[in-house]
Design a protein around this ligand. Structure first.
Ligand SMILES: Cc1cc2nc3c(=O)[nH]c(=O)nc-3n(C[C@H](O)[C@H](O)[C@H](O)COP(=O)(O)OP(=O)(O)OC[C@H]3O[C@@H](n4cnc5c(N)ncnc54)[C@H](O)[C@@H]3O)c2cc1C
Length: 286
């Protein structure tokens, strides 16, 4: 197995253009497991750990641009305010060791339907910045990035450079069902982001369909019927939960049944909306 070790982003793009079959490796918390378990034996690994700019985040044109290699620990410690949904999800990932090594770029690269960063990225309208040496930059909305189980929109010569997320303008929540509180892959998960400036609510469903996905009809319901200055109507919250559950398309597997996942998505949707709404009203009153 060849081990390619670029030290700059341009070198990394050149290496991927010349060796499109090379598998990028960042934290290695997915790649090394697959190699150790003989799930795959790539002809080449493209180690991105020397490319310093991937580990940086910055505000760019009003958006938070998070480098692909920024680990969960940094998101938790430095971005809990502007990216509170993503930070909340990051706190549930693996263990401290996994959060120190694992990155949002790696989560996007793996594109597992159970990846914890996906629901908050969807709810917050994140955009994935990818690049190839020969065709330059593409900006892909998160909702278009996930194509199938562990399949994403990357071309063979492309790498993920960063993810762009608008700083939160309202409450955001992430909820995850697992068999215990740590070191657990989601049975299913849900994220919500209130966008009071646009009178809109974003959603993200995890581990309850072949890809992470939004619940568009539930979002439309709230855009139509929410009164942003009144207490939440319990009937509207219930209807929201039902439409989120209806947007799920899960399977039975070792972690849970499809029927349980549909039910749980509905419950998480109703609960997270209620939590977020209470925060929203509290903030207005303060
Ligand atoms: C014990 C354990 C617990 C875990 N718990 C969780 C959990 O609770 N929640 C969760 O979501 N995940 C969990 N994971 C999975 C993993 O930690 C995450 O998916 C993590 O985000 C992967 O990041 P990484 O940097 O380690 O990626 P890597 O393993 O380096 O790469 C993952 C994939 O992304 C690709 N890739 C990496 N960087 C790029 C790039 N810049 N451009 C293009 N492709 C790229 C790789 O080729 C590979 O396909 C766990 C893993 C382990 C081993």
């Amino acid at each position: 197995m060849d081990f390619l070790r670029p030290t700059t982003w341009d070198e990394a793009l050149a290496a991927k253009a010349e060796r499109p079959e090379a598998v990028p490796i960042q934290g290695g918390t997915d790649v090394m497991v697959e190699i150790n378990m003989d799930v795959r034996r790539p002809a080449a690994l493209l180690d991105l750990n020397q490319v310093a700019e991937l580990r940086e985040w910055a505000m760019v044109d009003g958006m938070c641009r998070v480098g692909a290699a920024v680990p969960y620990t940094t998101i938790i410690e430095e971005l809990g305010g502007p990216l509170r949904g993503l930070a909340q999800a990051s706190r549930t990932v693996g263990s401290p060791q996994i959060r120190n090594r694992g990155s949002v770029g790696g989560n996007l690269g793996a594109a597992s339907p159970a990846g914890d960063s996906h629901p908050p990225l969807l709810a917050a309208d994140a955009v994935v910045e990818v690049e190839s040496r020969d065709r330059g930059v593409r900006m892909i909305p998160a909702a278009e990035f996930y194509l199938g189980v562990k399949r994403n929109a990357l071309e063979p010569d492309e790498l993920i450079r960063a993810v762009h997320v608008k700083p939160a303008t309202g409450p955001q929540y992430f909820s995850k069902v697992g068999t215990r509180n740590a070191m657990v892959i989601a049975v299913c998960s849900f994220a919500i982001a209130l966008h009071p400036d646009e009178r809109r609510v974003g959603t993200g469903i995890g581990s309850a369909a072949p890809t992470p996905r939004r619940a568009p009809e539930a979002e439309e319901l709230l855009a139509r019927e929410l009164d942003w200055s009144a207490p939440l109507d319990p009937a509207l919250a219930r209807r929201f939960g039902e439409l989120c559950a209806a947007a799920a398309a899960p399977i039975d597997d070792v972690r849970g049944t499809a029927a349980y996942r549909v039910h749980a998505v509905g419950v998480m949707a109703r609960r997270t909306l209620t939590w977020a709404w209470n925060d929203h009203l509290g903030r207005r009153a303060a």
